[in-house]
Design a protein around this ligand. Structure first.
Ligand code: NAD
Length: 515
């Protein structure tokens, strides 16, 4: 950590900052404050004060502001890509996807949040309930804390900030200390459009994240399973709700009837997009024996042709760097342990020697016990296992503590759906990779140790940031007293019970006759 003087003339004190580095060459591309728990608490208090007005303008009023943010994002898309490349060294294409992705999500919730959050009037469960008007309303939590990882520095914050704002909550965003500049830009955009002060930024490391958890009313966390457990405990202590999107070890099942060219291209993209640093990355591949050799040959050729390097605005490379040296070391360990156990890297298998780049890698002769199959790698590796048949593919795919998503490659769509329904994961893409991420009407949520709750998508994507309030009101003129109010009386209660029985029992029991 380095120290810089504060801008405030009132204080000559130094304040701690975090340097943000480009992983390709190590140069410092920015700094952010390492904020204390006191600073976080003060920000939450300001957000709490601003939130009631934000809630009061309703979903349509909020959609207007979100649309302005969308305009800002489209107008600043190039700048956003530049900043993202500076802090991640990802290829221009990977950086370019993030801004329109968030803008598209804004459009979805701006259009649909008014319907998703509209009051509901459920039918009463019994004819006796018809005297009441029943209403459920969605009222937001006041302050939502959004804590994000480093892999998509603009999209990860946007995915959670947008629906939480649409729900009527105020949001404190704590982006990763490794890549905080994308999240900082999102908050700057909100400020530049002159929007109400219901979105703020908290920068810092884990301690700052813990302070967010200690102060907000709801936590949306995306990151490692390890940190997710820490946050779940802290939320349980405070009795506040939370939603977790965690690690993954997504299997690809390549069945013998698949279009092998598409499967090879799709698995390569699914596993190597963003250098494999995607939660739903293909991290292990199970191939039916009859097509194993042909599939491996096609995948190896394709991966071997990918271009890797530090991209600029020229769209020259396919695969970029890893976020930091620690991440590269995890990838190296998984490859080394696999090779030590008898696996072979048929392409790649080493760091390039520049920055944190690691070669796109295909591993064969892998077995289910290896770390490259059991632990999350979050890097550009594709370990492949030959399986006898569909049954074995399903069994091995489900043999994991993780359950984020999976892909199935087959020429028979009904077979694909049948296999999908047996996989223990939150999403399955048939003959495609990451397609569920671009289908905002679907929930995105991990099973098992990959998460709790769903992160975004569909009506629950905004309702999750709300408390549901139930209201009953009379539909008919009321008496001075209801039948069962005080004073108690045997005849009154007997009458009330017989009416309830008539309304809820079946057959002769309705009339008090038991056979
Ligand atoms: P991480 O868990 O180390 O950090 C994530 C965030 O949590 C950071 O902002 C960090 O500062 C903060 N944090 C750390 N300790 C904290 C604490 N005690 N309290 C509160 N906040 C704390 O994860 P990472 O290394 O930045 O990201 C990689 C991980 O994220 C991988 O496991 C990946 O699978 C996962 N991920 C999941 C998804 C998904 O949608 N499922 C998406 C992207 C990444």
């Amino acid at each position: 950590m380095t120290e810089i003087a504060t801008a405030s003339p009132a204080s000559k004190a130094k304040r701690p900052v975090i340097e943000v580095r480009n992983p390709a060459d190590g140069r410092v591309v920015g700094t952010v404050a390492d904020e204390s728990a006191q600073v976080v608490a003060a920000k939450v208090a300001q957000l709490r004060a601003a939130q009631p007005e934000w809630e009061a303008i309703g979903p349509k009023g909020r959609a207007e502001w979100l649309r302005k943010l969308q305009d800002w994002i489209f107008d600043h898309a190039e700048t956003i890509s530049d900043v993202l490349q500076s802090e991640t060294s990802k290829p221009r294409v990977d950086a370019t996807i993030e801004a329109p992705f968030v803008a598209d999500l804004i459009g979805y919730y701006a259009r649909h949040a008014p319907t998703f959050l509209a009051d509901e009037h459920p039918a009463p469960h019994s004819p006796l309930g018809k005297v009441k008007k029943l209403t459920t309303i969605y009222r937001p939590y006041q302050v939502v804390g959004v804590i994000t990882p480093w892999n998509f520095p603009f999209a990860m914050p946007g995915i959670d900030v947008v629906p939480a704002l649409a729900a009527g909550a105020a949001v404190l965003l704590k982006p990763s200390e490794v890549t905080p500049l994308g999240g900082e830009l999102l908050v700057r955009g909100w400020q530049e459009i002159g929007a109400p002060p219901v979105l703020a930024l908290a920068t810092g490391r884990g301690e700052t994240g813990a302070a967010v958890v200690a102060n907000v009313d709801y936590v949306q966390f995306t990151g490692s399973t390890r940190t997710g457990r820490v946050i779940a405990k802290a939320c349980a202590e405070r009795l506040i709700p939370y939603s977790l999107e965690l690690g993954g070890k997504d299997p690809a099942l390549v069945l013998a009837d698949a279009d092998l060219d598409r499967a090879a291209y799709g698995v390569a993209f699914g596993g190597l997009l963003n250098a494999g640093q995607v939660c739903v990355s293909v991290e292990r591949v199970y191939v039916e024996a009859p097509v194993y050799d042909e599939f491996v040959a096609k995948l190896t050729k394709h991966v071997g042709e990918l271009r890797q390097g530090a991209d600029d605005r020229g769209y020259r490379y396919d695969v970029g760097a890893l976020a930091n040296a620690a991440q590269r070391d995890v990838v190296q360990r998984h490859v080394d342990e696999a090779v030590a156990g008898g696996a072979r890297a048929v392409v790649g298998g080493k760091p390039t020697g520049v920055g944190t780049f690691f070669q796109p890698t295909v591993l064969v002769d892998v077995d289910q016990s290896m770390s490259c199959i059991r632990e999350e790698t979050f890097g550009p590796t594709l370990p492949i296992i030959k399986v006898a048949d569909e049954e074995e593919a399903i069994r091995l795919a489900n043999d994991s503590v993780y359950g984020l998503s999976a892909t199935v490659w087959t020429g028979d769509r009904s077979r694909g759906e049948r296999v999908a329904r047996r996989l223990e994961v939150g999403a399955v893409n048939i003959n495609d990779a990451a397609a569920n991420l671009f289908s905002f009407a679907l929930p995105m949520g991990g099973w098992k140790e990959s998460g709790l709750g769903a992160r975004w998508g569909g009506p629950n994507g905004v309702r999750k940031y709300c408390r549901v309030q139930a209201i009953t009101a009379p539909r008919v003129p009321t008496q001075t007293k209801e039948l069962i109010w005080f004073p108690y009386n045997k005849n009154k209660v007997k009458f009330a019970m017989s009416v309830m029985r008539a309304a809820s029992a079946r057959g002769l029991r309705r009339f008090g006759i038991s056979l």
